[in-house]
Write a protein that binds this ligand. Structure first.
Ligand SMILES: Cc1ncc(COP(=O)(O)O)c(C=O)c1O
Length: 477
């Protein structure tokens, strides 16, 4: 074993260069070889624990050895969310400049908390947030911040709503049965009693049922509760459904209720003209959450919260502290720590800014459009295949379908069994990875196609495999 030349916690330039070059080589090899690797790998805890449980070592080890161990035994035990045939949950596929931006930000040790501490990345955050404001269609009085993701954006949105309403007693929050669990958690973190989180049913297109919402709000007011916010979906995680944003915003405005739009996964469709049409009305919301680590090709973690009236964000979160008194630079120099729940903050804007500067919006737009187009083609494949049935219409990159031969009379339990078998076969077959959902009690296979490296050939091959396994499962009945 080679003896390290470094002293204390530092490394020599030669050691640093060697280690960084090795990391770069490993990543280039891994990323270049994704198509021929599995879309998923994982290991049981008993195996991993045997390798990794124990106290921290007192002495040192060669850095290369530590690196090789991690690359061999830790990192591969993961879903390859950026694999071109990973269609499960909400995938992500970061660009190389975005990845390097995170490395740079760590290397420069940036803390994007205040203008004084990092004016450079604070300016980039202003710029990137302003792009998003513009894509949403908010006026210039809107503003926001980058967050760790959709969950944090939801918490910050509901806290802002609560403060804007004067922190009322007994608040209620409304969302549909299609809303993400992150929204429910956000509501109770924001101080809404669990019993006062109203889950409104969704219609046949998985959009919030407006008549039921109206009635629930009326009942709650009659009981002396305070309707605080409606959380709308602009790309629900299960089906990609989009609530009627126009009608909801008029309703919320007339009732004095905050409208938060959860566009965590669907929001970046706004950069395409097709997506803009789908999300029409989003510009009338009070706040919008959207995740760049989903459909804007960035490494984890980066989401955003954009609030129609940026001042409300600072009114909710800014708290002076003596030890930070020197960080007040003056008007027009925001401290992003005053807009959300974190003081120390990663320089998340850097990756968005660098990757967009490198490739340009035309390529980003085309990459988002690729997801919309492939999902539509997958839907056409399903529609024209006699063994498959669409469960919901394709929406924003999501295709929900199942094995159900045309004209068949299998009961729901049998169909669920067949589809579960197909999902398990695909899983062990390792060509691709996708997941399932439950739609008003119907077990549905589900593709989310938003990776910029995914091709029609990859989607087609996976669907062919689903049909093959489906036929086999049906024959076994
Ligand atoms: C629609 C929607 N909202 C919220 C979230 C939560 O976002 P995050 O995982 O970034 O916290 C997700 C995550 O997939 C989502 O799809």
């Amino acid at each position: 074993m080679r003896k390290a030349e470094h002293d204390g916690l530092q490394m020599t330039p030669q050691e640093m260069r060697q280690l960084a070059s090795r990391v770069t080589e490993i990543l280039i090899e891994r990323n270049g070889d994704l198509d021929s690797s599995n879309a998923w790998d994982g290991e049981f805890r008993e195996v991993l624990e045997e390798q990794f449980w124990g106290p921290p070592p007192e002495g040192e080890r060669p850095a290369e050895e530590v690196l090789e161990q991690v690359v061999r035994d830790v990192l591969p035990n993961a879903a390859r969310l950026d694999h071109p045939r990973f269609f499960g949950f909400i995938p992500s596929s970061p660009t190389w400049p975005g990845i390097l931006a995170d490395y740079l930000a760590a290397g420069f040790n940036i803390n994007s908390c205040t203008w004084l501490v990092s004016s450079g990345t604070s300016q980039l955050e202003l710029t990137v947030v302003d792009w998003m404001r513009d894509w949403i269609g908010f006026s210039e009085s809107a503003g926001g911040l980058l967050t760790s993701g959709g969950s944090a954006a939801s918490v910050e949105a509901l806290v802002t709503a609560r403060e804007a309403a004067g922190h009322p007693e007994r608040p209620t929050v409304y969302m549909s049965d299609q809303s993400h669990s992150a929204l429910k958690r956000a509501a109770f973190i924001a101080g809404v009693h669990r019993d006062h989180i109203r889950i409104v049913s969704s219609d046949d297109n998985f959009r919030i049922n407006l008549a039921e919402l109206t009635e629930q709000v009326r009942d709650d007011r009659a009981k002396g509760l305070h309707p605080l916010a409606v959380c709308a979906n602009a790309g629900s995680a299960s089906t990609g459904s989009i609530d009627r944003l126009d009608t909801l915003s008029s309703f919320c405005a007339s009732e004095g209720i905050w409208l938060h739009v959860d566009a965590a996964y669907g929001g970046f469709a706004l950069v395409t003209s097709e997506g803009k049409e789908h999300l029409a009305g989003i510009e009338n919301a009070d706040s919008v959450g959207m995740d760049a680590h989903k459909w804007f090709f960035q490494p984890y973690e980066v989401g955003a919260l954009i609030v129609k009236n940026a001042k409300q964000l600072e009114s909710a979160f800014a708290i002076g502290h003596d030890v930070l008194q020197d960080t007040v630079w003056g008007s027009n120099h925001p401290n992003f720590a005053d807009r959300g729940l974190q003081l120390s903050r990663a320089a998340r804007a850097l990756k968005i800014w660098m990757s967009v500067q490198t490739f340009g919006m035309a390529k980003f737009r085309a990459a988002v459009q690729n997801g919309l187009d492939l999902a539509r083609r997958a839907g056409e494949y399903v529609d024209s295949n006699p063994v498959l049935e669409m469960v919901t219409p394709v929406s924003l990159g999501i295709v929900c379908f199942r094995i159900k031969p045309e004209g068949s009379t299998y009961d729901e339990a049998t169909l669920e069994d067949v589809n579960r078998k197909v999902l398990a076969r695909v899983f062990w077959d390792e060509l691709a990875f996708f997941s399932s959902t439950s739609l008003k009690g119907v077990f549905s296979l589900r593709f989310c196609i938003i990776n910029h490296t995914t091709t029609w050939e990859g989607v087609h091959r996976t669907l062919d495999r689903v049909v093959e396994f489906g036929k086999e499962a049906l024959n076994e009945l």
